[in-house]
Design a protein. Sequence first.
Length: 202
Amino acid sequence: MHLVRLVRTAVVVVACLAVQAEALAQRKEPARPTLPAGFVAEYDVKYIPDGDPAQALDIYYPEKAAEKPLPLLIWIHGGGWSGGSKTGVPYLHQLRRGYVVASIEYRFSQVAKFPAQIQDCQAAIRWLRANAKKYSIDPQRVGVGGASAGGHLSALVGTSIACKPFATSSARPTSGPSSSRPKPTRTPRTSLSGTRATPTRD
């Protein structure tokens, strides 16, 4: 009798795992957004060459080069640091108002431990600033915002401007923050989490 119960339990577990695997296989990436006329996008742009597949971003910008550099809005998606997608971007309505928009993907916690996530965000911002001319970006006017885990990361971006507590990101996972921290200094900028933009100089 005990053996029969074990067999039944094993069958149920295997069936549950099969259903879960099928559901994951059928889960699709959210559809890419429809852009207003006059704007184009580049998807899955690597901000760290030869890095992790997750170290990529999407950028939305004017099809024709702007007469003057435009401010940049960066979106960091939520998902408890273990899920989510950069595809859903709530800032796209700002394109017509004269902004360039980017959405960052980052390594999840099951792949790379903290502070890998904030390191990835900082690396993406550095890449965007380095390529500002190509996308008509004003590198001195950059705002960062996000939801949930993305709001947390945007707050970390804003509050780490002056003291630089996080080591430079690499393609390899990291287990903790740098042991050597510069002396914190006062920053004149204000960090805002949630879905509002965070001015940043990183």
